[in-house]
Design a protein around this ligand. Structure first.
Ligand SMILES: NC(=O)c1ccc[n+]([C@@H]2O[C@H](COP(=O)([O-])OP(=O)(O)OC[C@H]3O[C@@H](n4cnc5c(N)ncnc54)[C@H](OP(=O)(O)O)[C@@H]3O)[C@@H](O)[C@H]2O)c1
Length: 301
């Protein structure tokens, strides 16, 4: 692979993909949010514009990375969500098939209903909310219609640092930076963190081996929001200063009104059986993430 087209590359995961692949491949990175000088504007919902841009670059592989990722926004805007997270993926499939190149799609652990504690690559999806339904529709379309594809499923994403991280770590870090000494964290949500840098590297290994198909791809070790928050506070040396209060999801029902499964824990069974699982334990990944991306971020002595 020497030429890679990365669509929707301006977010948390796109940053890691750019860093992973820019050194030894020609990359073209696009997004609707042009927040870097290495990004160009492209709305992948516009099939003609998407096709024209990818064909002009003539890549060896198409990475369709982007999506709407705010679950509450998706719940409130179903048409926009299906157009972005499902139908734009159909665009990517048509384009990759026309060029006869492989397609990478990013799936989500959120497609399960949470009745099981742990899900491997062969468990059946049953998406609960609009975001999850649209992402699952995208995944199914890729699996049924792509000639060559990788679907890599991520869990609770960690990456991008203060500027790009929109998820749990950043939400906790912002509260700490604002001087909070008491955090309310849910104790009824189970999942698996996913470090964007390890994820991008693991994708590279699959591409090199050309082992197409579906792979769960999360950090080692199933956990919970509460445990991640505790590990984060410990890692920052704030155990004596910051109290963590366990609350149920009902506490945040107004803010986080989109349905979420009680468990979205993934197991990388296929990657492990292939001998190709390089995803590190989540505590190790969290520690590295905080050191590399959040050093000096907190206004604390
Ligand atoms: N974040 C997670 O916890 C998580 C978990 C599992 C799977 N995933 C999947 O991982 C992938 C990457 O997500 P991420 O975590 O990097 O989220 P992100 O930081 O929100 O990045 C997604 C990027 O896609 C862009 N985008 C949205 N609509 C677009 C369009 N029509 N055309 C082009 N670009 C568009 C977004 O722009 P705007 O910011 O302007 O919307 C954003 O820059 C997504 O497919 C997501 O579903 C994420």
């Amino acid at each position: 692979m020497t030429r890679l087209y990365m669509a929707g590359c301006g977010g948390m995961l796109g940053q890691a993909f750019f860093e992973e692949f820019r050194g030894d491949t020609d990359v073209r990175c696009t997004d609707i949010d042009v927040n870097e000088d290495w990004l160009e504007y492209l709305d992948f919902r516009d099939f003609d514009a998407y096709r024209k841009d990818v064909l002009a670059f003539s890549p060896d592989c198409l990475f369709h990375l982007g999506a709407l990722t705010d679950l509450e926004y998706c719940e409130a805007h179903p048409d926009e969500t299906y157009a972005t997270n499902a139908m734009a993926v159909e665009n990517a499939v048509y384009i990759a098939n026309e060029l006869d190149i492989p397609l990478l799609y990013i799936g989500t652990a959120g497609i399960f209903d949470g009745r099981q504690e742990l899900y491997d690559d062969w468990d059946a999806a049953n998406p609960l909310g609009t975001y999850a339904r649209a992402k699952w529709a995208g995944e199914e379309f890729v699996a049924k219609n792509s000639t060559k594809y990788l679907i890599c499923r991520a869990g609770w994403m960690m990456g991008g640092g203060p500027r790009k991280d929109k998820k749990f770590v950043q939400k906790i870090m912002r509260q700490l930076r604002d001087g909070s000494v008491s955090l309310n964290v849910v104790d009824d949500k189970l999942g698996t963190p996913t470090y964007t840098r390890d994820f991008a590297h693991n994708v590279r290994l699959l591409l090199e081996r050309r082992w197409w198909g579906l792979y769960n791809m999360v950090c080692q070790g199933a956990t919970s929001r509460l445990e991640v928050a505790r590990a984060l506070v410990t890692e920052l040396g704030l155990d004596e200063v910051v109290a963590i209060n366990a609350v149920s999801s009902d506490y945040f029902a107004d803010t986080y009104f989109a349905p979420r499964p009680p468990s979205e824990r993934l197991l990388n069974r296929k990657l492990a059986l292939r001998g190709l699982d390089v995803m590190r334990p989540w505590r190790e990944a969290l520690s590295e993430y905080l050191r590399t991306d959040y050093s000096g971020y907190l206004n604390r002595p």
